[in-house]
Design a protein around this ligand. Structure first.
Ligand SMILES: [Fe+2]
Length: 279
């Protein structure tokens, strides 16, 4: 197993692992330690059938079954496929989830939030469709003392219905999906449960601040989300087909860059591993 850092602050490529085989506990321990240290792990191109992706992702923890069941893939409710292809494999002109274009952290709209996201590139766009990551430990550490004090005990309400429907004009959630995903509040500064480091925890699903007038909380969230992104805390990944990336949602934000869904093909499948209630 070999590690190659991808950017000064975060990200490493890990080679010498065949993910479709059974990964031993010892090898997994090394992968997991590297993942905690680098936040984003990239595995070079390899064949990985959907069921083997689910098996590998399960080693990180319990997998989320997404409430948006229209995305379930290959008979695996734990796999969520984002594709812009029609039945004949041609681009259908529609972006499958515009919400991914804004900086966010997966599953922050749940009480038990996303821990790892395990994503495999089946078909990658020739231009656009990159995934960018930004380090939220670094984002917190860069805030000045006044900011840190101001937000130390603030909680933000995260709401999937807000980010999907109101911001991105996606098809509305059904009543049942809304009931399954009610708004939840989380600390704006959370402590990573394993590294014990503090990080900023907001992103696109964060709607307003508890105990603050709505508009003021919205403005504060927008300001902090913008402050959080620094070029030197960021790793920008251009995909090759067959790559797998695992990232830590507890200390990162990520986004996808736009691509032309009427000319480009892009298919990725992902599992989200459930973490814990943020504290
Ligand atoms: Fe995401």
């Amino acid at each position: 197993m070999n590690l190659r850092p991808l950017a000064p602050n975060l990200g490493a490529e890990i080679s010498g692992v065949r993910l479709a085989d059974d990964v031993s506990d010892e090898a997994f321990r090394a992968i997991y330690d590297a993942w905690l240290r680098y936040q984003v792990l990239l595995f070079p191109p390899q064949a990985l059938p959907p069921d083997r992706q689910v098996t590998f992702a399960r080693k990180f923890g319990e997998l989320q079954v997404h409430v948006m069941s229209q995305y379930h893939a290959d008979g695996h409710p734990e796999l969520y496929r984002l594709s812009n292809l029609d039945e004949s494999g041609n681009p259908n002109g529609r972006h499958p989830d515009k919400g991914t274009l804004a900086w966010h952290t997966d599953g922050s709209w749940r009480r038990v939030t996303g821990q790892a996201t395990v994503i495999y590139g089946e078909v990658v766009a020739e231009s656009g469709g990159e995934t960018h990551f930004c380090d939220m430990y670094g984002a917190y550490e860069r805030l000045d003392a006044a900011w840190k004090e101001r937000i130390a005990s603030m909680r933000a309400v995260h709401n999937l219905d807000f980010s999907r429907t109101r911001r991105h004009g996606e098809e509305p959630m059904t009543e049942e999906q809304r009931r399954e995903a009610p708004p939840v509040d989380h600390p704006i500064v959370r402590t990573h449960p394993e590294t014990r480091r503090k990080c900023l925890y907001l992103g696109d699903h964060a709607e307003y601040v508890l105990g603050m007038p709505y508009a003021q909380g919205r403005a504060l969230i927008d300001e902090l989300n913008a402050l959080a992104i620094h070029p030197d805390l960021t790793y920008e990944h251009r995909w090759k087909p067959g790559e797998l990336i695992v990232w830590d949602n507890r200390c990162l934000m990520h986004r996808a860059t736009p691509y032309d869904p009427s000319t480009q093909r892009r298919v990725v499948r992902r599992c989200t591993v459930l973490g814990e209630v943020p504290t």
